[in-house]
Design a protein around this ligand. Sequence first.
Ligand code: SAM
Length: 287
Amino acid sequence: MSVLDQNWYSEAFTSEGSAFSLKIKSKLETVKSPFQTIDMYETEHYGNLMVIDDCTMVSTRDNFLYHEMMSHVPLFSHPNPERVAIIGGGDCGTLREVLKHPGVKQVWQVDIDEMVTRMSEKYFPELCESNDDPRATLLFDDGIRFIAEAEPGSFDVIIIDSTDPVGPAEGLFAVDFYKNCEKALSADGLVVQQSESPLYHTHSIIKKVHDDMKSAGFASCHTFPFPQPLYPSGWWSCTLAKKSGLATAFREADAANKTFKTQYYNVDMHKAGLAMPEFMKQALNQD
Ligand code: SAM
């Protein structure tokens, strides 16, 4: 729920009795697409802010935390990621990071709502700077259908960069969808999903993601916590699952010698993500 009070934008996470506020300079634009309402604000200290259906989505200042973890963790966890599918990701920040990997040959970004990308092109042009890369294909469709109709073994990595598990994204947090991901992935393929707040959702959404991915046939799962001021509790996560091998195994030397710039991700932060807080270890039966 959002409350616009004078010159503050606040998102209340009512079920946990918490809220996050940003001082704003102005409201830039609101558009209603067939799928969701997209509000754009200019803030005093966080640059531009995108809100979808009253949930904060992207800010200029802190989106790097999320986009770098959602892309470099899975890509360095795969032996040779060439074909990548991004489900959601309409702001194009994850796409930009994925395309920094020289070994990537093709990326399909499938967001149900074209309006998100059009608004991001206008207010977050820096996130869209790789959209014309010849390796990128931007599709506007339901990611559930796209993966269900994909040929077996089509992708090496699937990144589920969606909104919260409500509305159009609800089906992206379901066993049937994970089963279709498993089928659409190559034998050494992996999937990563934005998996909400470790503080608020470990015993609910995150536990269910682990259980459902395992019952969909994935061999191993791991949740990587990371800071994300914009999102409820300021602490976020992504959950990675591999068809074969350990979810915690990654190309450490390649990550240490990466050929591109980042602001948060590096080999030490990847290793830090392998360390599991005690309450999460117990809840997720992670050794
Ligand atoms: N970083 C954000 C977060 O963690 O909440 C998510 C970024 S991106 C803006 C989320 C995208 O998921 C939105 O653009 C939305 O349109 C898209 N989305 C939701 N449900 C979808 C579906 N079933 N298929 C494809 N895209 C979907």
